[in-house]
Ligand binder design. Structure first.
Ligand code: PGA
Length: 250
């Protein structure tokens, strides 16, 4: 059975104590039991936020990136074992902001993914096309090629620990949201491609999230699509009432 997921990508926002307050506010609000909640704060906040989470809070902790290396002379990088030891269960990899501002390639993202899985993290793998590619019309080929290069080399046991987040770059932080049909078209193509490579069973059990200006006012329509299993949420994840409302949008 695939899971419905609402994951908050806080990006480079909030001070640690503000992050703790945000999580405390989320915990106080009523959420359905059958939706998986994940928060992904900055590295610097993981420890403090882990401290306020417990079994009752039903919130999973994730990070926004990790190194391909376990340790060594890599100034400024954070390794998967470090994230694990801080209690992170998930890591977002391949976010378009890292592809754009840190020049991350599909090959690098593939290495990061293998390393994160090796250290028992679950991966939220991000893909998506720019506006130019959307206008040119080859957006499905583009996204499927990103996926193929980064995660189709994984073994069956590994791919089952991947959640794909389809995030059209033109919709991230812009207020422009994909229409429900645009989201469904891409999600169905992704699932079909996973099915062709790994079989129907694995494809049907994989959660595929939509990301890009998703908020309570548009989530219901997007999440109601058969191949959309929730969202990777930026801006709306910083507002407790909105983040929680998204859990009630399935
Ligand atoms: P947004 O960001 O919801 O603010 O558009 C989504 C994301 O980048 O993950």
């Amino acid at each position: 059975m695939r899971k419905n997921i609402v994951a908050g990508n806080w990006k480079m926002n909030l001070l640690p104590e503000e992050g703790v307050d945000l999580v405390k506010s989320i915990i106080e609000l009523d959420r359905p039991n059958d939706v998986v909640s994940i928060v992904c704060p900055s590295f610097t906040h993981l420890h403090a936020i882990r401290e306020v989470l417990n079994d009752q809070s039903q919130i999973h902790l994730g990070a926004q990136d990790c190194s391909t290396h376990d340790s060594g002379a890599y100034t400024g990088q954070i390794s998967a074992p470090m994230l694990k030891s801080l209690g992170a269960e998930y890591v977002i990899l391949g976010h378009s902001e890292r592809r754009a501002y840190q020049g991350e390639s599909d090959e690098l993202i593939r290495e990061k993914t293998i390393n994160a899985l090796h250290h028992d993290l679950q991966v939220i793998y991000c893909c998506g096309e720019t506006e130019d590619i959307r206008i040119a019309g080859n957006y499905i080929e583009h996204v499927l090629s990103q996926i193929k290069k980064a995660i189709f080399n994984l073994e069956e046991t590994q791919i089952q620990r991947i959640t794909i987040a389809y995030e059209p770059v033109w919709a991230i932080g812009t207020g422009k949201v994909a229409t429900p049909d645009q989201a469904q078209e891409m999600h169905a193509a992704i699932r079909k491609s996973v099915a062709n490579h790994y079989g129907e069973k694995i494809a049907n059990s994989m959660s595929i999230l939509y990301g890009g200006s998703c908020k309570p006012s548009n989530a219901k329509e997007i999440f109601s699509n058969p191949d959309v299993d929730g969202g990777l949420i930026g801006g709306a994840a910083l507002k407790p009432a909105d983040f929680v409302a998204l859990h009630h949008s399935f």
